[in-house]
Design a protein around this ligand. Structure first.
Ligand SMILES: [Mn+2]
Length: 353
């Protein structure tokens, strides 16, 4: 089940909780001692930064697939540490990323060190709106580059359980199969462990269904989810050779496609996968190109959420885009009301991830 640690950091006692969460996640991801300490250091530093520069925020730790999948599809999981704050933002991001840079004269490791030690690091900051940081730490290994047409896509997500729960009822997965790249988001009915069991079944079933067109894959998932309470599911698949995106959604998963700066909705059918599947499954098609960004989100995000230009940045790490979306849809005064997951599919920049 998608174990997620959501640590609100509003005083220094919670910095330790962020570190311990990273250590637990590292054990789940199978990291060795050295990479476990790196994950712990990154979580400690990012949590400390929230207090020093933003007046607090939240640290979300989970175990995720890497943002680029190797051609054989066998990807070792990484610990993902995400911070979201509504602070003043960072005026000079390149300076803040320089090794040793600190505005408070502390002896902290600094953002630059985090960026250097992490396998992936992304930061987005807008003065007045806050800062988002995503860092992933995995096992050492050969650097995965975007080899082959399917390697030209990246995916990432942020998953926040409702009310600080240990498990999210939302789950996402992405699978590479030949020229096909498939991204799925499932929202188990309600929240809590039973919701997590349903969305987890969807993740498991996708592993053996990612060679199928989305409508077929959803049919498979429907069988796999019988006996669970069911889930809203959206499956988006890019056929990289044909440069086509195919989409099938059932239930309340939002899907928006940015085409060179213009957003459109991809439409889901009403229903619940596993219990009330619609008899006919519609499959929508759209051309895919390097200026496209796809956002899938569960209904924890307010439906009136509207994407901004920050949501369509093709060069951003997909999980950074997901975290920015969650930040802009919530506020300290208006927290989310349900499990909230946002998953993003975007092109791999020409200079690699
Ligand atoms: Mn839900």
């Amino acid at each position: 089940m998608p174990r997620v640690w959501d640590v609100p950091v509003h005083d220094s006692t919670r910095v330790r909780d962020a570190r311990v969460a990273a250590e637990h996640a590292a054990a789940l991801a199978g990291l060795d001692e050295q990479r476990t300490s790196t994950a712990a250091l990154v979580a400690t530093e990012l949590a400390t930064n929230l207090l020093k520069h933003a007046g607090g925020g939240r640290v979300i730790v989970d175990v995720v697939a890497p943002p680029v999948l190797p051609a054989d599809g066998q990807a070792r999981p990484r610990v993902q540490v995400t911070t979201v704050d509504h602070g003043p933002g960072i005026a000079d991001v390149p300076a803040a990323l320089r090794d040793g840079f600190t505005t408070t004269g502390s002896l902290g490791a600094g953002l630059g060190t985090c960026a250097r030690l992490a396998d992936d690091f992304g930061l987005h900051s807008v003065p007045g709106r806050g800062t988002v940081v995503v860092a992933r730490v995995g096992v050492p290994g050969p650097r995965v580059t975007g080899s082959g047409p399917a390697g030209r896509l990246r995916a990432g997500a942020v998953n926040v359980p409702f009310g600080g729960a240990d498990y999210s009822g939302d789950a996402w997965a992405w699978v590479r199969d030949g020229d096909l790249v498939t991204l799925m988001l499932a929202d188990g009915l309600g929240h809590g462990p039973e919701a997590a069991r349903a969305s987890d079944a969807a993740v498991e079933a996708l592993r053996t269904a990612a060679h199928l067109p989305p409508a077929e894959a959803v049919r498979r998932l429907d069988r796999a989810l019988s006996g669970t309470r069911g889930a809203a599911v959206a499956v988006a698949q890019v056929d990289t050779r044909a440069a086509v995106l195919r989409f099938t959604g059932v239930g309340n998963i939002g899907a928006r496609l940015c085409e060179g700066g213009t957003w459109r909705h991809l439409v889901s059918r009403p229903g619940i996968v596993g219990t009330h599947r619609p008899t006919t499954l519609r499959q929508e098609e759209a051309p895919w190109a390097d200026d496209r960004v796809l956002v899938l989100h569960s209904d924890g995000l307010p439906s009136r959420w509207s994407p901004t230009s920050d949501t369509c940045r093709t060069a951003a790490d997909p999980a950074v885009t997901a975290a920015v979306t969650i930040r802009d849809a919530s506020s300290p005064a208006r927290p989310v009301r349900d499990d909230t997951a946002v998953a993003v599919l975007a092109p791999t920049p020409p200079d690699g991830p």
